[in-house]
Design a protein around this ligand. Structure first.
Ligand SMILES: [Zn+2]
Ligand SMILES: [Zn+2]
Length: 56
């Protein structure tokens, strides 16, 4: 997977373009997705960038 955008809130949305989260129940609703370019699907880069410290 190349560059993608991840919601670091509760919905874990992944998009191939920049946008704001629009998931009704998400803790980050209305906040921009975070750019990420991971290849393992864990989106560590995005979570680090967002500084959420959410470890699963
Ligand atoms: Zn979200
Ligand atoms: Zn990623």
């Amino acid at each position: 997977m190349d560059q993608h955008y991840v919601c670091t809130g509760s919905c874990n949305m992944v998009s191939d373009h920049e946008k704001n989260c629009d998931s009704e129940d998400c803790t980050h609703k209305g906040q921009p997705l975070v750019a990420c370019s991971c290849t393992d699907g864990n989106h560590d880069e995005a979570h680090k960038r967002a500084g959420t410290g959410l470890e699963v």
